[in-house]
Every structure is written in structure tokens, then in C-alpha cells.
Design a protein around this ligand. Sequence first.
Ligand SMILES: C[S@@+](CC[C@H](N)C(=O)[O-])C[C@H]1O[C@@H](n2cnc3c(N)ncnc32)[C@H](O)[C@@H]1O
Length: 420
Amino acid sequence: MPQISLESLHRFHAYCARFPSEIVEAVLEKYTKPGESVLDLFCGSGTTLVASLAHQRKVVGADIDTLAGMLSEVKCTPHAPEQYAKWRQEFTAKLTKDFTELARAWQPSAPPRPGTVWALGPLALRIPSFPELNYWFPPQLTAALAAIAEAAHQCPEPHYERVALISLSAAIIAKWPNTLSYAMDIDHTRPHRRVQRFTLDQVLKTYLSRLDRSLACLGALYEVYRDAGVLDSLTEFSQVIYPHDAREPLPTVQDESQALVITSPPYFNAVDYPRAHRMSVCWMNGHTPTDLASRRNYIGLRHAAEFALESWLLAHAQVGRLLPTTILNHRSLGKKLCAFFADLETVLSHIWRVLRPGGHAVFVIANNVIKGVRIKSHTVLTALAKDLGFIAPRWQPDIRPCSPPCTLSSCLFGLGSASV
Ligand SMILES: C[S@@+](CC[C@H](N)C(=O)[O-])C[C@H]1O[C@@H](n2cnc3c(N)ncnc32)[C@H](O)[C@@H]1O
């Protein structure tokens, strides 16, 4: 058992809609033994992956989102605190030098054009191809963030590059007034803008404090894995696949190989992940928002105009009865909601293939309130799972409302738990 709370080790990046480590730990304890394999098809920031490794389970995580994949990857392969300290020294020296050059070369200028290279003194800064860049970032902040991203890309090892970029993301997505952007709170579907002043010194200081927090958490994770005796097996024990659309089969996961699936799918359209992440992902690995998974492939957000609502409801009469007629009668909303559940049904069918006989699948999902009506997503999911042949066991994980209450209109409490 880990000696410290795993929850605190995730606090270096505020990924939207994380679920608490305690849920995963309770389910691991109940349904798996050390050495067995656990799958999370919507791994997000890696909560399942970290808990599984800390409890000596093997783990496969996948997500469609690049930021999720990078976060999960670094959490599965942390380095020793001394290695981070050494790298931090070199990286900080490089950043300090670049920021000095930047300050020397800086002259108030017109905003840079997205997708171009901005020459400032000796620095050649790649400006992300993000059309709304100049709405969310003033020119000097853009130059500073581009300098940090450039220094990250020059890191000799991909792990350090990712840690540097994730820390940049953490600094950008922090809530106002701590954010390195004009966005007040990117968790909202439509972030609001609040103009504030940024100096180069302040940007570097804010970034370095984020970097230090990342390194402290990752260094502590290394020690958790060392104490669990899995440090030497991390590459064999963990697999992170991204971008991966959970509606597609996972070719590297063998039939009947998983003891447990524990996952938290999107809560219908409650969180707009691509919209929330584009402000920080645009600085990463040369990715531009258009390189990333199309929002059409995000479950809950995808376009559903072509969805065959009537025939789906005909084939899923039980499930249809659980959905409010006011929403089904609202054509476009009814299609979107049923397309969401149809997508989760496809995911369940892939889970059926990879779960071993006697394995378990646990879904943690929040309810949505749509047009004033509460949709009990966990009940719908359980009905879909039963249609596929899963059996609901009597034991249910104890999921208390999250604290503080999540941004959704309900608290986290639903689940569909089923065993084959
Ligand atoms: C509720 S979050 C999971 C959070 C995760 N449990 C954690 O603790 O960080 C849902 C995740 O589903 C992912 N997602 C949305 N559509 C997807 C799809 N089609 N395939 C795979 N992942 C998807 C999102 O990127 C997001 O990371």
C-alpha cells in the first residue's frame, strides 16, 4: 500500500473532470490481485494508471486527447528526484538566458501571425497555428510562451520535453489571476476573457513554480513506484496509447486479457475537452489544433445529425424508456444524447472482448441535467451493459459526492458496474 495519498501527486496539472484515486483504489482492492491487468479507455490524466501501478497491477490506458496522453505517459514513467534536480538546473539556465535575450530584443510590436516564425534577437520562435491566439495571449506573453516551448523542444530526452510542456500547460490553464493567458477559467465550455498585464520576469517565475510542482509530484511518484517494487517493470507494466478513439478496438490488447476495466467516460457534453485544451496544446510538440483529434471524435461532443435515432430506439426499447420524452422529442438533442449512449455501447462491446471471464467493468459517470431534466447516465449505461450480457454484481463501490462539488449540476455518484 502506498504510504502517501496518491491524490496529492496529481495536483500539478488541473485536468478537467478527474476522478478521485480513492475510487480506483477501492475497486482495485475488491476486484484484482497484484500482477493482474487493468484497462482505462478514457484515461485522461492517468488516475487509474497511477493507482494501478502503485498497487502492483499492470495497466493499459488510452485516450483520444493529446494532453491526456502526455500527462498519463509522464506519470507512468517518472524519473528519480536527483535526475529531475540535475535537469532542472540546466533547463532553468537555458530559460534564464533566453529570457534575457528576449528582454534585450523586445520592442512593443504588432501581434505575431499564427503559424509563422518570429525572429526576436537570436531567438527564432515558432508561433502556434492557433487562429484565436492573439485574442487569448498578448504579444509579449506569446513570445515568452514560445521561448519556453522552444526550450522544451530542445530537451535531449522526450520525457523532459513532455514534463516541460505539461508544466507550461498547467501554467496556462490555471484559473485567473494565476493563468498565463487572458482566459479566466478554461473548464467552462466558453471561457471568458479578462485582460491582465504580464511582465517577462513574472512569466518566468510563474512557469518555474509550476515546473517545480510537477517535478516534486513526479519525483514523489517515482518513490511510490520504488516502494511498490515496480520501478524496474514500469515499461512492461504500463502502456499508454494516444490518440486513441475508444470506439475503435485496441489492437495491442489481447482478448480476455484484462481483470478489470475502471474508467470515467465523458459526461455527455458537460466538458468540452478540445476547446479547453487547445490553448495549451497549441504550444506542444509542434502540434496545431488541426493536427489534434477532431472534436467530431470526442464522445458526447460529436455531430449527430446523421444518427438514426428511431431505429436505435427501436433496437433499445429498455434504454429508450429511461430517457425523458421531452429530450427525445427535441430532435437534435435527442439524437446527440442517443449517439452518446450508442458510442458508449460500442465501447462496452470492446470491453467485453478484452475482459477475462469473471472480470469486472466499473464506469464512473456524473449525471447531466439537460433542459432541467436529470439524465441518470449510470442507469442507462447499466441497461446497455445488461443488453450486451454483463451481469450487475451486488457490491457497488462507495462513491460519495466529490468535494468540492463538481462543476456539473450534480455530484459524481453514478456508475454502471457489471461482471461477466
Ligand atoms: C471524465 S474524463 C476522464 C478523466 C480521468 N478519469 C482522470 O481521472 O483524469 C473523460 C476522458 O474521455 C476522453 N475522450 C472523449 N472522447 C473520447 C474518445 N472518443 N475516445 C477516447 N477518449 C475520449 C477525454 O479526452 C477525457 O480525457
